[in-house]
Design a protein around this ligand. Structure first.
Ligand code: C5P
Length: 301
């Protein structure tokens, strides 16, 4: 039986958008070299971990139909921590999901990051942030970013991070789509469309723009090399983006999609949300503000 003194830990971890996602040709390990800039949003999934004999999980909220067996990243994160530390402690993880599922916003990675932080505290393992990040990278390319949050440039397959100091807060309108897109299939389409891709294009200009507070300039630099393959698989997304380009701010596909992100001033969020809800009644529209914190403990008892 678990003899640790902490009984319950609640951790929140953020969704992300990629302000830039530049993709290179496929590596020998099957991953693609990236030069990307992540921004964490104040749209959080929560993981509540409580002491239990075995490992188990449940999901509340938008992903309640997702599997809760060992295929779930939450269970994988817990098992990886057990293996790495040699502990036999158990836990029950209750995930409250708000980040769209298969939406290109790293919801699964956020849940894995939240689980690592929650169990590190619940089991009193005292692993460092660096150790958690290395374990996280084994679970998914976006997990290290979900741990640190704010804004960061990601290279290699997205897990090698360098913090970028943001100059302003940004408003985001997220047009989430009821039909998800699989990340591997979008990367496969990228390979088909760009068989000669070399190194990814640098995101240096965008990193500089993030440090300033000119939102129009930042909007003009938003870019995603996965748009062409995602649009080839889902022409409906291209139509939405083309229609949105008239709003005057930056519009970009988030990660591998299908969520589309519109950058705007925070004061305009509600007005623009109402306009877009009118224009796209079939889509669920969510507002968020970034940058936001990485995975963090909200309650511990
Ligand atoms: O690392 P993650 O689990 O998020 O990746 C999911 C899939 O996306 C990988 O299996 C791979 O097909 C693709 N991917 C890629 N290159 C990356 C990141 C992800 O090809 N840099």
């Amino acid at each position: 039986m678990n003899e640790v003194s902490v009984q319950r830990v609640v951790v929140s971890a953020p969704a992300k958008v990629n302000l830039a996602l530049r993709v290179g040709g496929k590596r020998d390990d099957g991953f693609h070299p990236l030069d990307t800039v992540f921004e964490a949003l104040d749209l959080f999934d929560d993981v509540e971990a409580t002491v239990a004999e075995e490992l188990s999980m449940e999901i509340e909220g938008i992903g309640s139909d997702l599997p809760t067996d060992d295929s779930n990243l939450v269970m994988k994160a817990a098992r990886l921590l057990q293996e790495f530390t040699g502990t036999s402690f158990g836990a029950h993880m209750k995930v409250t999901k708000r980040i769209p599922v298969a939406g290109g916003m790293a919801g699964g990675s956020a849940d894995a990051a939240a689980t690592l932080v929650a169990l590190n505290a619940l089991w009193e393992l005292n692993l460092t942030k660096e150790q958690l990040s290395k374990l996280g990278a084994r679970l998914g390319s976006d997990v290290p970013f979900a741990l640190v949050g704010s804004v960061a440039r990601g290279t290699s397959r997205g897990e090698a991070l360098e913090a970028v100091k943001p100059g302003a807060l940004h408003g985001w309108i997220l047009l989430t789509n009821p039909v998800g897109l699989s990340t591997p299939s979008v990367f496969r389409k990228f390979d088909e469309l760009c068989p000669d891709a070399g190194e990814p294009v640098s995101t240096k200009d965008l990193c500089e723009a993030v440090k300033g507070n000119d939102i129009v300039r930042l909007g003009s630099l938003l870019v995603n090399d996965l748009e062409a393959p995602a649009f080839a698989l889902r022409p409906d997304l291209a139509e939405i983006i083309i229609a949105l380009q008239t709003v005057g701010y930056g519009v970009v596909l988030s990660g591998s999609g299908p969520t589309i992100a519109v950058l705007c001033n925070i004061e305009k969020l509600e007005v623009l949300k109402a306009e877009l809800a009118n224009a796209f009644p079939e889509l669920m529209i969510v507002t968020a503000v970034g940058p936001a914190a990485g995975a963090h403990i909200r309650q511990k008892s």
